[in-house]
Design a protein around this ligand. Structure first.
Ligand code: GLA
Length: 498
């Protein structure tokens, strides 16, 4: 081949190769089907993207969420980030032959160019918000609620059989008799609404009333989950516009506890509009014909601790979701500190459910987790597989003396005094004594000294017991000194002499 002919051939080859590698853009409106929910609803995804060089921004809509996404491209491959602070992409893709080949949470699917204006979810009307009024206290949850919740371990993979098994093990493991009475289903139980607007469970829960009866027959109580929004976090139907009706349905099933999660309400309302929507369900629950503990879950926004009780709430989350990691657990409890004055019988701050036994922390760290939740009068909702508890995990969750501190009728939430990496938390108790937790947040063993003058008790120390070692300890010259391992905690119950 002559040199000129070779050059032309190379140019042509390169030119035909170009569009595949560099010429395709993600700019445009795309439509795909991500997944099918457990209630049979198709979760379609609508993307509206705009690419500028190797970056893009845009909107992603699914059945229950609207995200302002951004992303980067490397040739035909791209990563999608849902939040400005996402460290890792939450969806990946390849653009080729006029399609987006997407992968999200283990599901691979294609999005094609949208051809119809109907490729969108209809918006939701803003419901008029009710005038503010106080919902009277329901008289429930005089001590922090205790039980088990499906989310931390099972997430959306929860069904009737698993919940019945959890109820069985609550009894056989001694959890129920230790005080853990609520068996709570979290997200993903929902079916669809019928023509009268009544919400049914999906096929994983064939008969909610029968499940409630089963749970009640074991001497346990039954909790469920919904949202003030039209869709839950896992995108199932929410109670938006059906508050009264859902409260009645829950009462008719025999539900004893409702966790009400903001999540999908973000599609319509701003964070400062939460109070009236929580009030709406709080009032509806009180009109329903069954006592229902009301658990607010909006991650502590808008200083919920200052109004949670006025909307009828018995507990409210003060933080984002806990993860089964030391740093997450500590961060959640530290965020709880400013809310302490608002805890008391019937209304509790909730730093999220327990991760004890889920495998991401050491037993030493789990002991600290339990210590911190008990000293702060936090709800104790186990989130582990109760049928596979090691003796050590059992001894943590079932320690009666530690549970007694959490459940103390005075209902005080301790706050910490910091000394380097050691924190001392003191919780006044109904009998005039105190519980003391000393936690070592540092990487090395630390020596800690508990002084009777720091305990805020009127008299001197009469007796003290180490609630994890199950032995009495002695204060010498008004002080008790102890070595605490890295990430470890001690917990004392101290009685005062008059
Ligand atoms: C939110 C809540 C979690 C859990 C999930 C369920 O993230 O904070 O506790 O209920 O929703 O989708």
């Amino acid at each position: 081949m002559k040199r000129s002919a070779l050059a032309i051939t190379m140019c042509l080859t390169f030119a035909t190769f170009l569009p595949a590698a560099w010429g395709q853009s993600v700019t445009g409106k795309w439509v795909g089907q991500w997944r099918v929910l457990d209630n049979g609803e198709k979760d379609r995804m609508f993307l509206d993207l705009h690419q500028d060089k190797n970056q893009f921004t845009g909107t992603m809509k699914t059945i229950g969420h609207v995200w302002q996404v951004h992303g980067t491209l490397t040739a035909a491959n791209f990563d999608v980030f849902f939040n400005p602070h996402d460290a890792k992409p939450r969806m990946t893709g390849v653009v080729s032959a006029g399609k987006l080949h997407l992968s999200r949470e283990g599901t691979d699917f294609d999005a094609v160019p949208s051809t119809s204006p109907a490729d969108d979810y209809p918006g939701y009307d803003r419901m008029p918000l009710p005038a503010q009024h106080d919902v009277p206290a329901n008289g429930l949850a005089k001590t922090p609620p205790m039980g088990w919740n499906s989310w931390n371990l099972f997430q959306s993979h929860i069904d009737d059989k698993t919940v019945r098994q959890a109820a069985d093990v609550m009894v056989s493991s001694g959890m129920r008799d230790a005080g853990y009475v609520y068996v709570n289903i979290d997200d993903a139980w929902q079916g669809v609404r019928d023509s009268n607007g009544n919400l049914a469970a999906n096929s994983k829960f064939p008969d909610m009333k029968a499940l409630a009866d089963y749970i009640h027959s074991k001497g346990l109580k039954f909790g469920i989950y919904s949202t003030p929004g039209p869709r839950t976090c896992a995108e199932y139907p929410g109670s938006y516009g059906h508050e009264e009706q859902d409260a009645k349905t829950f009462a008719a099933w025999g539900i004893d506890y409702l966790k009400y999660d903001w999540c999908g309400a973000r599609m319509i309302y701003s964070n400062t509009e939460e109070r009236p929507l929580y009030q709406l369900m709080g009032a509806a629950l009180q009109r329903a014909d069954h006592p229902i503990v009301y658990s607010l879950c909006q991650y502590g926004a808008d200083k919920v601790e200052t109004w949670g009780a006025q909307v009828g709430g018995n507990l409210w989350r003060t933080t984002g979701d806990i993860r089964d990691e030391w740093a997450s657990m500590i961060s959640n409890i530290e965020k709880q500190v400013p809310t302490a004055p608002y805890a008391g019988p019937g209304h509790w701050n909730d730093p999220d459910m327990l991760e004890i036994g889920n495998g991401g922390m050491t037993d030493n760290e789990y002991r600290t987790h339990m210590t911190l939740w008990a000293i702060t009068a936090a709800p104790l909702l186990a989130g582990n597989d109760l049928s596979k508890m090691t003796p050590s995990i059992k001894s943590i969750l079932l320690n009666p003396d530690v549970i007694k501190v959490d459940q103390d009728s005075l209902g005080k939430q301790a706050i910490p005094v910091k000394n380097g990496s050691v924190e001392t938390w003191v919780k006044p108790l109904a009998d005039g004594g105190v519980a003391v937790a000393v936690v070592n947040l540092g990487a090395d063993e630390a020596k800690a000294t508990v002084k009777d003058t720091d305990l805020g008790m009127p008299g001197k120390v009469k007796s003290a017991r180490d609630l994890w070692a199950h032995s009495d300890v002695t204060f010498h010259d008004g002080a008790y000194a102890v070595n605490i391992p890295s990430h470890g905690a001690i917990m004392l119950r101290v009685a005062a002499s008059n």
